[in-house]
Design a protein around this ligand. Structure first.
Ligand code: ATP
Ligand code: MG
Length: 452
């Protein structure tokens, strides 16, 4: 969540009440409007999620016609806004009518600040949840970033960047730890580009033995080497008019880096054993979990190649830095896996949710996906329990939370200090610690400590 205050629009023609309302929403940014025009202007300018609306507005301050007209207009302009209607003394009926017309809730005058705050806070809470949900659905239904689930600011930023750079032909390097979604984003880049009708060809440079990588990339003619029984196109050529995704590009050996650089400069390939230069039009996207600048420094990656490949770099944040995403993803994976397995698992126990959001996920989304798959198999009830997740808590937290261990460490520290203060005199040490000599001997033996 950002630190920016939520904005509430208060539509109220009575200046005294305006002040009172402003004062009671001290945690919010309060915008005031005294009539319909001011209200519409403020609505356009501030896009408040929550609005309080006095139905009795000029030119009909004693009736409700102006208030109802404004309510309708507000809901047309911002259907998601939560409008809280103020009802006068015996105007409960109009409040109910307003709710039937789309208002979110009502409060009765005279104002009870606590009660009103309760209503307003709940409205903001629901508005935020709905906004998050809409964002999530927008991503789900957006065909290109379709499978991508996130509601966290840093990852949404990455999505916006992907959308912006996709239509260009710039080469893009995706930087992120394993399982952060590099391949998913590479595909999204392709799908959102003008090349989406062309092929998307991926090659994992780390998974192919060094001596085969060259022929995989560049292809070969029949008889080019022993075993080259027929002409074979390389991945670069196969990606003609499409996108070539070089995964784990940091693993390309230096001699091949030279060859790749030449391709990027000339945009032609020569198959191994061939004599022809074949023009190839591809857009290059690459990814790595390695630190290329360090590799450049120690000479294992060519700087000139790096600049060709990385016209634009996109840093993909690790899952632990995407607030709220682990649980969001977990729910989505659970739905998917339980449907695949024809099981009806309703969700997670509260403990399991806490464990998911508290885990560090060193293997990122891939690890989460695997754990949820396992959990969907293991769960025996309606809900996935914490044990089904099989999350290994790191040793540090385990040790820190182990009371026995904490006590032992404290005992040992006290023993050491007392021994040193009393210059290893057993009687004095026992006295300092408030224990008998036999107890002290027992402790020293237990902790394998001997006064030196
Ligand atoms: N934001 C996301 N929403 C939904 N699914 C995701 C998301 N990010 C990743 N995934 C899924 O997690 C898995 C791992 O993603 P992907 O293969 O793209 O990661 P990667 O960074 O290429 O991983 P690796 O380093 O292991 O190759 C895939 O099944 C992918 O569909
Ligand atoms: Mg990958």
């Amino acid at each position: 969540m950002s630190d920016k205050k939520d904005i509430i629009l208060v539509v109220e023609d009575d200046h005294g009440l305006q002040r009172q309302l402003k004062w009671s929403f001290s945690d919010l940014q309060v915008e005031l409007a005294g009539n319909r025009d001011e209200a519409i202007a403020a609505l356009r300018l501030h896009e408040p999620k929550v609005i309080t609306l006095d139905l009795g507005l000029p030119p009909d301050p004693d009736g409700t016609s102006e208030g109802f007209a404004l309510l309708e207009q507000i809901l047309n302009l911002t259907p998601n806004a939560k409008v809280i209607v103020a009802s006068g003394h015996q105007a409960r009926d109009s409040a109910l009518k307003a709710i039937a017309g789309g208002a979110w809730d009502f409060y009765q005058k005279p104002i009870d600040a606590d009660e009103l705050n309760l209503i307003v806070n709940r409205a903001f809470h629901v508005a935020h949840l709905e906004a998050e949900n809409r964002r999530y659905q927008a991503l789900e239904s957006n065909s290109a970033l379709g499978g991508l689930i996130t509601a966290s600011e840093p990852m949404l930023k990455v999505c916006r960047m992907i959308e912006r750079v996709a239509p260009t032909d710039a080469s893009i390097i995706l930087l992120g730890a394993s399982g952060t979604g590099k391949e998913l984003l590479a595909r999204a880049l392709h799908d959102l580009s003008d090349r989406s009708n062309g092929p998307f060809v991926a090659i994992n440079c780390a998974a192919i033995p060094e001596n085969l990588l060259e022929s995989e990339l560049f292809g070969y003619e029949k008889g080019a080497f022993t075993g080259a029984v027929k002409q074979t196109l390389g991945k670069i050529e196969l990606a003609q008019n499409g996108t070539l995704f070089l995964d784990e590009v940091g693993d390309i050996p230096l001699p091949l880096q030279v060859k790749l650089l030449r391709f990027l400069q000339e945009r032609v390939v020569e198959r191994i054993g061939g004599r022809k230069e074949i023009p190839v039009d591809v857009r290059i996207i690459c990814a790595t979990h390695q630190n290329l600048p360090t590799m450049i420094e120690d000479g294992s990656f060519r700087e000139d190649l790096f600049y060709r490949l990385a016209e634009i770099s996109v840093n993909i944040p690790p899952l632990k830095d995407r607030e709220g995403d682990a649980v969001l993803l977990a729910r989505s994976f659970l739905n998917r896996f339980s449907a695949d397995m024809k099981r009806t698992i309703k969700g997670f126990t509260p403990d399991a949710v806490r464990a998911i959001s508290g885990h560090d996920w060193p293997g990122n989304v891939r690890e989460l996906e695997n754990k949820i798959k396992r959990a969907a198999i293991m769960a025996d009830g309606d809900y996935v329990a914490i044990d089904d997740l099989d999350l290994v808590t790191s040793d540090d937290t385990l040790t820190a939370l182990n009371l026995k261990h904490v006590r032992e460490e404290a005992d040992k520290a006290a023993l050491r200090q007392a021994l040193s203060e009393s210059a290893n005199n057993i009687s004095k040490t026992a006295k300092l610690l408030g224990v008998s000599r036999p107890t002290l001997y027992g402790l020293l033996k237990q902790y394998d400590m001997t006064p030196t």
